[in-house]
Write a protein that binds this ligand. Structure first.
Ligand SMILES: *Cc1c(COP(=O)(O)O)cnc(C)c1O
Length: 480
């Protein structure tokens, strides 16, 4: 067997140990944890990398057995790391779509853990001892909380809108105001959804003004419904006019067509009770006469990703009969988490303390400032005398996920900035290195400053953040 430390040969390639040799050397340390096939794969990868390094650098460097073992260990741990990992969301956007939107409350996590680890009631009628309907797990709660006659749940709100259109308006016409033909991040465009659902879109009014007679004049024998889309991610201000829910509902009733509302981020309580911007609720939309309302589970509601359709018993029954419902149905994990979250809404007074998202959204600037002050005073000594500064700064957080970007929440941030032009590059590197920390820290760069909005930082995560900043600071300072 050839040794890895054979220094005799002139050609460095000739010194490379064999795959078998390296497996033999490393098996005792790694095989029981990772298995022989994974170890073999990693040994091959490491050898390939070493070969490439030697070729590209025309290097005569020699690798000892211990060097190989280190490379093998590093690659094994790196490959075992999960891609889905926790991060510190210090972006200032609470419901960040790219970071998983709502963080679930403990009750929901417990419920989904149970549903995942045990056989559980999903489509089973315990009383009758036979097959049931999975919507029944949450239908009663949803009806109670929204005032609807019936409810169903699908994979997300985009799916809810699509299913509703397909089930009720395929080969027919749906009327919608031009001001509501919106695009929501991630390629959800109302006109495209309509086309895919086989629905003929009839646009009425103008971008800023739509009147009741626009709708009335557009109704034909082929009209299936009037749809209203909550323009959650932008606001038209100034010379505007839109038609109120109750008027649209009346027009729909007079012509025996459906009136449906896509609320986007519908919540089940009035958010202004908690000092947050008022968002229309499904309860209000139904009360004003909407026949169906759709909304997301993981936006302001604070639950798992899903989309709800609530409203008329007859229309929900029709939707549930559509074969697409089977394709868009949610998993037991989603239902378990959703049920637990809906239960919390029965006691609105305790929601800010129980519902994680609401807790994050209702944190006061004063409360967040205490955290920034602690972290800044702890880290300041490191930054003193360098060309970087750390300070606390008053900032504004966003709710995110299609809530109005103009509705901002007063917050406080730890800010890292440079004292000179050249130090600005270091700030950018700081941001990048924080993203690569063991628990990645995600902030944002604004005007060459790194802004870490602490709204979503729990007290027990302060230490992690301080340590990560300290570590990155040292790396930048000593390896500029
Ligand atoms: C967010 C949103 C959607 C899409 O909801 P998802 O749950 O992300 O699929 C649809 N309509 C409106 C008005 C929205 O705000």
């Amino acid at each position: 067997m050839k040794s890895a430390t054979n220094q005799q040969s002139e050609n460095p390639m000739a010194k490379l140990p064999s795959v078998d040799y390296l497996i033999q050397q490393s098996a005792q340390r790694f095989q029981s944890t990772y298995g022989l096939s994974e170890l073999t794969k990693v040994v091959r990868l490491v050898l390939q990398e070493v070969r490439q390094t030697l070729l590209s650098e025309a290097s005569t460097r020699t690798y000892k057995d211990e060097d190989y073992l280190q490379c093998i260990e590093q690659k094994l741990t790196q490959r075992a790391e999960k891609k889905v990992k926790a991060v510190l969301n210090l972006t200032g956007t609470v419901l960040h779509t790219n970071l998983g939107r709502a963080v679930l409350p403990k009750e929901a996590v417990d419920a989904l853990t149970l549903a995942a680890s045990e056989a559980c009631i999903l489509e089973y009628d315990l009383g009758e001892g036979k097959r049931g309907d999975r919507d029944q797990l949450i239908e009663e709660l949803l009806c109670e909380l929204t005032g609807a006659q019936a409810a169903t749940v699908v994979n997300n709100n985009a799916a809810a809108v699509f299913l509703l259109l397909h089930a009720l308006s395929e080969k027919k016409e749906t009327i919608i105001s031009r001001g509501e033909l919106i695009e929501i991040g991630g390629s959800f465009r109302i006109p495209d959804i309509m086309k895919r659902a086989g629905v003929k879109l009839v646009e009425v009014g103008t971008t800023n003004r739509t009147h009741a007679k626009d709708f009335m004049e557009a109704i034909t024998p082929k009209t299936a419904m009037i749809m209203k889309v909550h323009t959650s991610n932008y606001a038209v201000q100034g010379f505007t006019a839109h038609v109120e829910d109750d008027v649209l509902a009346q027009i729909a009733n007079d012509h025996q067509i459906a009136y449906v509302v896509d609320l986007g981020s519908g919540n089940l309580v009035d958010m202004s009770l908690f000092g947050l911007p008022k968002e229309p609720t499904p309860m209000e939309a139904l009360k004003s006469g909407a026949h169906l309302v759709t909304f997301s589970g993981d936006k302001l509601l604070g639950g798992p990703q899903c989309g709800m359709i609530v409203g008329s018993k007859e229309l929900i029954a029709k939707i549930k009969k559509n074969p697409l419902k089977r394709m868009l149905r949610v998993s037991k994990l989603t239902l378990a988490a959703l049920e637990a979250v809906l239960h919390l809404y029965r006691n609105p007074a305790r929601l800010p303390e129980k519902l994680t998202v609401l807790g994050q959204l209702t944190r006061t600037r004063e409360n967040i400032s205490l955290q920034t002050a602690r972290i800044v005073s702890h880290l300041n000594p490191y930054f003193e005398g360098t060309n970087l500064t750390i300070s606390s700064q008053v900032v504004m957080s966003q709710i995110g996920s299609g809530s109005l970007p103009i509705d901002l929440l007063p917050s406080s941030a730890v800010v890292i900035s440079g004292k000179s032009k050249s130090a600005e590059k270091m700030v950018l590197r700081f941001e990048k290195l924080l993203r690569k920390a063991a628990i990645p820290v995600i902030g944002r760069i604004k005007e060459q400053q790194l802004i870490l909005d602490l709204r979503c930082l729990r007290e027990n995560q302060e230490e992690i953040l301080s340590m990560s900043i300290q570590k990155v600071f040292q790396e930048i300072h000593f390896k500029p």
